[in-house]
Design a protein around this ligand. Structure first.
Ligand SMILES: *Cc1c(COP(=O)(O)O)cnc(C)c1O
Ligand code: SF4
Length: 334
């Protein structure tokens, strides 16, 4: 017993890598041989959303290229500071959709748990960059409010773990939730929205996959990768490990100007995902969140891109182009 307890107290390898993530923009630029560009790239004032990126993700960036599509997803830029009309702090109506502590219930049959506010990477375009997470996570009171809401509403058959990134939580925390959900007879599916298998694939360790495989629900894992360069061999093996649990593995991407807004890049992303056993699910039009206006792609361009994909790829490799509209009953096709 003592040995087991001691083992449980040991930080996992992924937790060590998490702690070693880079949070200093100058350090990030140094690692990419871009230190000399700090003056013209970095914002003069605090953006209110700090840099955070795991070292393994930096390794997939091109040295000496300030336009690298992975770098642009994480590097704070001066462009974030400008105020642009129409770009707000609560772009998708999350504050109005709270059904219980840490629960968003917007769509029929599906309830989303804000499992945690933490993420391994901070994506500059993220619509949640302004959400008041500290007060608002479902795990805060051992999941009690969230589980009570799910148990009390038989119309809910799918629970979605989101955040933040739910895989930021230690597996024993997730297991606590799994144990609380297991007796709820009307739940059929458990879905996890996570970017961790992409930015820190070590998170998909045997402890986690054993937990996922043990759940009494159908399981869906929706990854988040925006560019083929994000998917290297380590990510492909994490995807394989996820599939071996019996989970369906999908990907959602965000259409981002200067990062993936051309047909070759999007086609390559679909191909690389499928090679890793992952199907493209959604391609999101950007949520109009303050500080992200410079990433927006016009609808006409987005529609033309997806039309090109449709002509070039098998239908199952074409993601659905959608936008989230506050108050709408589902994600809306563009
Ligand atoms: C996106 C989202 C879902 C899931 O929508 P799907 O179309 O089923 O992928 C569920 N709940 C909330 C609050 C969401 O934002
Ligand atoms: S990992 Fe997801 S929730 Fe976290 S910052 Fe990136 S897009 Fe936002």
């Amino acid at each position: 017993m003592i040995t087991a307890n001691r083992a449980a107290a040991q930080p996992r390898r992924w937790q060590q890598l998490w702690r070693e993530a880079v949070s200093d923009p100058h350090e990030l630029l140094r690692r990419l041989d871009l230190a000399h560009r700090a003056g013209d790239l970095l914002p003069a004032a605090d953006t209110g959303f700090p840099l955070r990126v795991p070292a393994g993700f930096i390794d997939r960036m091109r040295r000496g290229d300030a336009r690298d599509p992975l770098l642009l997803q994480v590097l704070p830029l001066a462009a974030e500071l400008g105020e642009v009309p129409g770009f707000t702090r609560d772009a998708v109506g999350d504050l109005a959709a709270r059904a219980a502590h840490g629960v968003l219930h917007k769509y029929e049959g599906r309830a989303l748990l804000l499992a945690t506010g933490a993420c391994a990477v901070h994506c500059r375009y993220c619509f949640r960059r302004h959400f008041p997470y500290a007060e608002e996570t479902a795990a805060a009171n051992r999941w009690q409010d969230a589980v009570a809401h799910l148990a009390g509403d038989p119309s809910i058959d799918e629970v979605i773990l989101s955040g933040g990134d739910p895989l930021s939580l230690a597996t024993h925390k997730l297991a606590e939730l799994g144990d609380a959900l297991a007796p709820i007879a009307h739940l059929r599916r458990l879905r996890i929205h996570t970017r961790l298998p992409v930015v820190l694939p070590e998170r998909v360790d045997t402890e986690f996959t054993a937990w996922l495989a043990s759940l009494p629900f159908q399981r869906v894992v929706v990854l988040h990768a925006n560019h083929a360069n994000e998917i290297d061999a380590s990510v492909a093996s994490a995807c394989a490990a996820l599939r071996e649990t019996g989970a369906t593995v999908l990907n959602q991407a965000v259409l981002l100007r200067g990062i993936n807004d051309d047909a070759d890049t999007l086609a390559e992303l679909s191909e690389r995902l499928f090679a890793a056993g992952v199907l493209p699910y959604y391609l999101h039009q950007l949520d109009r969140v303050a500080g992200a206006a410079h990433f927006e792609v016009p609808d006409a361009t987005a529609l033309a891109l997806v039309e090109t994909l449709r002509n070039r790829l098998p239908g199952y490799l074409v993601p659905r182009l959608v936008r989230e509209i506050a108050g709408a009953p589902s994600k809306r096709p563009v």
